[in-house]
Structures are given as C-alpha cells and as structure tokens.
Design a protein around this ligand. Structure first.
Ligand code: BES
Ligand code: MN
Ligand code: ZN
Length: 493
C-alpha cells in the first residue's frame, strides 16, 4: 500500500478510479453536479437518473471515456453537510474504496475538499484511515486467492497548491496510524502457532528496531527472579515459556514522568483447568489484543516522532490445561507479596496483569493505562461497540473520552464502588481471582486495583477487540482497537 498527494486537476490524474465525496445538502450537491458534468459529460445521465442523491455511504460508478485520464469515477455520498464528522469521512472513504476494489481497481484517487469546517489535514488523515483500513484482511495464509479478494493498493489524494502542505501532513500521519493499526490487527489475528510468547517478544524487538524504541525481554529465569507468581502461575500448565516485554520510548523531556501502557498478552486462552467450551474457542487466539494494541501504539508514536516518554509493558503466556496447570483452590503470590486464591483458572488475565502493574511502579509513572480482553461480562454490558473503562485517574479518563470522540473508538466508564470488593474477598488469601457472574468487569478491575500505586485507567477491550463482523473500515476479528485512541490522546496531550 502507498499514499501520494497530487495537485493535478481531477480529470488528468492517472489512476483506476477517481473518487468524489459529495454532500446531500442541496446547494453543495448542485455545485458538485455542475462542476462535475462540465468536466466529465458522462456524468450527466448519472445525475439525471437521480439514482445518486449524496445520501451517506451511497455510491455511483460511471465510466469517463475520453473525458478523464482515469477510466472510472465513483461518486460517494456524505449525507447532510452539517452532520459530516471525521467519522463520516472515514466511512465514506471506506465505502468508496470497497466499491473500487469490487470493480478491480488497484489505484484510487480521492479529491480532498474541506467540508463542515473540518481542516484539510484532518480530512486527509480520515480519508487515508478509512480507505486503507477498509482493505485489510488477515489473508496471508490463503494460498488460493479468493475471487472477491481484489484490493486497492495505492491511494492518491487530490488537492490544490493552497492545501498541499496540510493534506500531505494529514496523509503522512494517517499512513503511520494505518500501519500501527494493521500491525495490531495482524498480531491479534495471528494464530497461536505463529504468535506465542517468544515470537510476540521477537516481533516487539523487530518493531522497536525499525521504528525507534528500546525493547527488553525478561525471560522465564528473570520472571522467576522477580517472583512474578501471577505470570508464572498462569504459565505453569504450558510447555511454552512466558515472557515480559518492556518497550521504552523516551523522547520527551528528562523531567517528564512516563506514561505506561500495559497490554494483556495471553496468546491463547483455553481457560486452563476451568476449560472453556469448544464452540468459538478459536477467538481466544486474540486474547493478546491488549498486547497488540500496545505494540501497535508504540510503533505509531515512534514513527510519528512524538516528544513524549512512553513505556509499554506486555506480560505474555498461554493459558493451558495440563497436569502441571493451576487448579482452583491454589494460592499464588505476586511480585509485591500479595496473595490470591484461584477460584477459576479462566480468570487468568488479571493474574498476569497484576505482576505487570507491579513492575510498572519502577517507572514512577505519571499514569498507567492497561488494555485487556479481560471479561466476557463487558461484551454483555457494552457489546462490540464500546470499550469498558474503569480506574482511579479521572483526568486520563477525560483525555481518553476526548480522543474517543475523534477516533470513534468509544469508551464508557463503569464504577469501582467499594461495595463490589466483597465479591472477590477470599477466606484463605488476600483476594480471589473471580467474583462470579455479577458485575464481572468491575470485579476484574477491582482485582487489578489491588496492584496499582499510581493514577490508573483500565480499558476492557474484550468486546471491541474481537469483532463478530466487519463494518465500514473495521474488520472482523482482531480490530486493532486502541491504537488510534491512544495515539490521538498522546498527539494532543
Ligand atoms: N479472555 C477472557 C475474556 C474474553 C471473553 C475475551 C470473551 C474476549 C471474549 C478471560 O480470560 C476470561 O475468560 N474471563 C472470564 C472470567 C471469569 C472466569 C471470572 C469470563 O469473562 O468469563
Ligand atoms: Mn480466561
Ligand atoms: Zn483471557
């Protein structure tokens, strides 16, 4: 995939299809109709038919003949002008790219026009994100190309000299963000026989080398030395060793305390001895989506060259049943000396996160945000649309809310009232790892809260990270959620 910016007139851009985004609002629609039919007369019957009205996500394809260098033009609706948002543009670009791909186009050119007061850089970024992310498929294992597998590979943004600089800036940022989201999707969708703890660590090291952050991998011996009983406990049923991946990007002022991002890295979650049902278990190859989001974000901020101090921490292991696995009733001791009774071996994410949250303390962080596919309960509460947000740091939560507004990666806060604590009280240890079905996402977060000593936000992405179906520019399966959200927050801190 590649993105370029051109200041040529729309009819002289060489590509497979020109895309024009058109609002439904009468005045603007009329202006577009007039200008378009004047330069490309082949569009006259399209407009005369009134099939295309500029309704949101509507598309119309016409052939340009000798009127343009491109053989096709695709009109794409934006809906009412006053209602156009950045998300409208992402979705419209996605709809247009899909229509183009279905007609076998590999190179599309989209005209960037300011609409509803949104600046040119933001529009360019949105178009790049929507068009390119819509073309994603985890298809590297397909040796037989599917018949509907044609993809757009090249995107040109058409603008004028006055907006060239802003459009280029937005397109460049969009491109880096798309790469970060794509990395997170690839990691999350990779099966466990490709991405398991050691290969996840290697991948993080490679990404760090290429994009410019330092990666340290703590191996099993080091994890034992640090007495990380949570990570070791979950790992003890597995033949593959655990790792703790630590990524440091320190490009901010020396005096700035780092923001630490922690990502759950369960490369496959069978449930362990409290084993999950067979149906749908393959989704649990994505139980390291939190880790994927953190690695994808580290790559993105490094490539954008943000002047910030950010640390990424990923505890990684499989959760397997075996003769050596944890069993219910076992009591484990974490890095900070606290103990937990295992009530359900399927509540493993909080056990490995507990040690990672203790480890984060070394960085004296300004705040810690963890991302985890932590509970089925959050899927029941918020579905695949909204990420469950909990924590102790209202300021960071406001920042995340503001970033969510822009990226459309919604977050919604759930309460951590003290009254829920009794659900995870244990007769034998400090706490137990499951509070049962009631308030499952909250009790999971309250478990984590026992291990934090700094401002903290927990994002439960079990629903938003593993999508049941594709929509607009978001793919089915591992969605890459979190990369755009965190990057947006960090860019505008
Ligand atoms: N990885 C799962 C949560 C999950 C469920 C993620 C569905 C994505 C989709 C987690 O480890 C888990 O199994 N949680 C249990 C906790 C329970 C045993 C307290 C759950 O939610 O059922
Ligand atoms: Mn589990
Ligand atoms: Zn899990």
């Amino acid at each position: 995939m590649s993105v370029t910016v051109s200041t040529a007139a729309r009819q002289s851009v060489k590509c497979d299809a020109i895309i024009v985004l058109i609002p439904e609002t009468e005045r603007q629609f009329g202006q577009h109709e007039k200008a378009l039919t004047a330069s490309i007369p082949h569009l006259t019957p399209v407009f005369e038919s009134k099939d295309f009205t500029g309704k949101s996500l509507q598309t119309a394809l016409a052939y340009c003949g000798s009127a343009a260098s491109a053989p096709r033009i695709i009109l794409t609706g934006l809906g009412e002008t006053q209602k156009v948002t950045v998300e409208t543009l992402r979705r419209a670009a996605a709809a247009a790219a899909k229509r183009a791909a279905a007609s076998g186009c590999q190179h599309i050119a989209v005209e960037v026009q300011t609409v509803n007061g949104i600046d040119a850089a933001t529009i360019a970024q949105a178009i790049v994100e929507g068009a390119l992310l819509s073309q994603y498929a985890f298809d590297k294992y397909k040796t037989i190309a599917p018949s509907n597998g044609k993809k757009v590979k090249k995107l040109t943004l058409i603008t004028d000299k006055a907006h060239q600089k802003a459009v280029t800036k937005g397109a460049d940022a969009g491109w880096v963000i798309v790469e970060g989201v794509t990395l997170a999707r690839d990691l999350a969708n990779a099966p466990n026989n490709e991405i398991y703890p050691v290969t996840l660590a290697r991948k993080a090291q490679e990404v760090g080398r290429k994009s410019g952050f330092k990666t340290t991998v703590l191996d099993k011996a080091k994890i034992e030395e640090l007495k990380m009983g949570g990570l070791l406990g979950v790992n003890q049923g597995s033949t593959r060793p655990p790792v703790m991946i630590v990524m440091e990007y320190m490009k901010g002022p020396k005096s700035e305390k780092p923001l630490v991002l922690v990502g759950k890295g369960v490369t496959f979650d069978t449930g362990g001895i409290s084993i999950k049902p067979a149906a749908g278990m393959s989704d649990m190859k994505s139980d390291m989506h939190g880790a994927a989001s953190v690695i994808g974000t580290m790559q993105t901020i490094a490539k954008l060259g943000l002047k910030r101090n950010v640390v990424g921490i990923v505890p990684a292991t499989e959760n397997m049943p075996s003769g050596s696995a944890l069993v219910p009733g076992d009591i484990i001791t974490f890095m900070n000396g606290k103990t937990a009774e295992i009530d359900n071996t399927d509540a493993e994410g909080r056990l490995i996160l507990a040690d990672a949250l203790c480890y984060a303390d070394r960085y004296k962080p300004s705040a810690v945000i963890d991302l985890a596919t932590l509970t089925g309960a959050v899927v029941i509460a918020l579905g695949s649309v909204t990420t469950g947000m909990m924590g102790t740091d209202q300021k960071t939560m406001s920042r995340l809310r503001a970033a969510a507004e822009k990226t459309n990666e919604y977050v919604c806060e759930l309460p951590l009232h003290e009254e829920y604590e009794e659900l995870i009280s244990s007769d034998y240890a400090d706490i137990k790892n499951s509070g049962g079905r009631s308030a499952g996402s909250i009790t999971a977060a309250l478990f984590l809260k026992h291990f934090v000593s700094y401002p903290w936000v927990h994002l439960d992405i079990a629903g938003t990270g593993i999508q049941p179906k594709a929509a607009h520019y978001v793919c089915k399966g591992g969605s890459g959620v979190g990369v755009r959200l965190l990057t947006e927050m960090l860019r505008h801190w």
